[in-house]
Design a protein around this ligand. Structure first.
Ligand code: PXG
Length: 487
């Protein structure tokens, strides 16, 4: 086909596609490479087309309503359909849609947002570096941390310690910091100078120990690694307060304070990746506050704008900022969209909403504890070995045979993909819940009221029932009489 003809055919089908699911799916399969997706497999059945969002719900192009238990992708903290954010964006676009911050210039929303972030963050933070995403935030952190040590004459102090099954983004540096082996296998990662220790996943590794004992043990792996590498070579430790993409891994209460103690002992910088945990998700502005730790640097993204427009960045603590500013001269790093005025205007309005509706305090004192009570009742389901929450993130483990502790349950063979079977039942019945292996997870919008939490947990239970019936029919469950033991 001549390219002009093809372009006009494509324009025509784009116009039709606005009301036609199949056409959108075909165009999607023909032209759109999705992130973290097997494009060939997706093309064989077609993507679900999302067209609208309101509050905690989204709608697909077939008119089906779904309760969005994942807040988009851990980001829709204030929920969908906030006109005031759209208004703030529209007004800023008319006033000044863009200007850069590179050449001795600045813009009003970026400055106001930096000041606001300093106000809501712990006292050691007085400076902000803006990026377009969480991945770029973590790339920025690697460069800042290494520069911090260089400027003080420690050129060898470049190693950053992270954790297996961590997620820190998808750029070369973000994926290297992350501990996802499937990501490392593609593109020759990790880049040099990044090493990983085990994750503090009690349900996986804590058999025979109390959570408190296991938390101390998991933190001790950091000290062991520091001594193995040599403390004079270790620049920083990075961790998500609660690991999100890894499956909502909630560390025992002893873990983070012990990590802090070890970092302090060896003078190592502590980095909290707050991309998921920030902006109220754990009932505090930042997740590290929930765990009582004092990071030197924090990455943020997602909840800073509730996902309405892309924005990320780094909160830079005084320890690092003082060195970079006093001794650093030019910091040769930045993005076209660092401090984008439209993104910053959206963030300011988003934070104003969070404050006005007291969402952080509500999650901490009211809806978070309520979600905990409700969600943890799911642990009595025949298919569930454990169910736990932390603020507004939660996870449950699907098991083949229950026991009093998850450590004694019989787990499903990973090849059966039981998590994905369960996720399909959720999706088909109007509930968006993620599967990470056999762990089913949620991170719902922070605006949920009690009635919506009830609705969500009831829906999850109904979908678990359907999953159980399905698995039983497929012959994957033990006979009823043997389904439970030692309870
Ligand atoms: N840090 C953390 C803790 C994240 O969760 C990033 C950094 C990267 O942010 P950007 O904005 O560059 O995507 C994230 C992103 C999943 C999933 O499967 C999670 C994320 C992204 C994509 C998928 O749960 N988190």
């Amino acid at each position: 086909m001549h390219s002009n003809t093809r372009a006009s055919a494509s324009r025509q089908s784009v116009a039709q596609a606005a009301v036609n699911t199949r056409v959108i799916q075909e165009l999607d399969a023909a032209h759109y490479l999705h992130p973290f997706t097997d494009s060939k497999a997706l093309a064989s059945h077609g993507a679900r087309v999302m067209v609208k969002g309101e509050g905690i719900y989204i709608w697909d192009s077939e008119g089906k309503r779904l309760l969005d238990g994942m807040s988009g992708l851990w980001c829709m903290n204030v929920g969908y359909g906030r006109k005031s954010i759209a208004d703030a964006v529209y007004a800023q676009m008319q006033q000044l849609p863009f200007y850069n911050s590179f050449f001795q210039t600045t813009n009003v929303p970026a400055v106001q947002l930096a000041a606001k972030l300093v106000e809501i963050s712990p006292p050691q933070f007085n400076h902000v570096f803006f990026t377009g995403s969480g991945s770029e935030g973590n790339d920025t952190i690697i460069r800042m941390v290494r520069r911090y040590w260089d400027l003080q004459g420690y050129q060898d102090r470049h190693v950053i310690i992270s954790r297996h099954n961590a997620y820190h983004g998808s750029t070369m540096a973000g994926a290297s910091l992350g501990g996802m082996s499937g990501m490392h296998q593609q593109g020759g990662l990790p880049i040099p100078g990044i090493v990983h220790i085990g994750q503090p996943y009690y349900l996986e590794g804590g058999k025979g120990k109390t959570p408190e004992e296991f938390g101390i043990e998991a933190a001790s792996w950091l000290e062991k690694k520091i001594l193995e590498i040599g403390a004079d070579k270790v620049a920083a430790f990075i961790g998500e307060p609660v690991q999100g993409a890894g499956g909502v891994i909630i560390p025992p209460a002893t873990y983070w304070p012990e990590i802090q103690r070890i970092c302090d002992k060896y003078g190592i910088l502590l980095i909290a990746d707050e991309v998921i945990c920030g902006f109220g998700r754990l009932g505090h502005w930042f997740g590290s506050e929930y765990f009582g730790v004092k990071p030197d640097l924090m990455t943020f993204a997602k909840g800073v704008t509730s996902g309405y427009v892309p924005l990320g960045g780094v909160l830079v603590g005084d320890r690092v900022a003082d060195v970079l500013i006093e001794k650093g001269g030019d910091f040769n790093h930045g993005f076209t969209y660092s401090g984008h005025p439209v993104a910053c205007a959206a963030a300011l309005e988003n934070i104003r909403i969070i404050e006005e509706e007291k969402l952080v305090g509500r999650v901490r004192d009211d809806t978070g504890p309520y979600l905990k009570r409700k969600f943890e009742t799911l642990a009595n389901h025949l298919l569930v070995g454990a169910a736990e929450t932390c603020g507004f993130v939660a996870g449950l483990n699907l098991v083949q045979k229950k026991a009093a502790s998850l450590h004694d349950c019989r787990l499903f063979d990973a090849k059966l993909d039981v998590g994905m079977i369960c996720r399909s039942h959720m999706f088909n019945n109007g509930m968006i819940m993620r599967a990470v292996g056999e762990r089913m997870i949620i991170a719902p919008p922070l605006i949920m009221a009690h009635a919506e939490i009830d609705e969500m947990v009831d829906l999850i239970r109904a979908c678990l029932d359907m999953t159980l019936a399905d698995l039983t029919q497929r012959g994957l469950m033990p006979a009823p009489a043997q389904a439970t033991e030692n309870i």
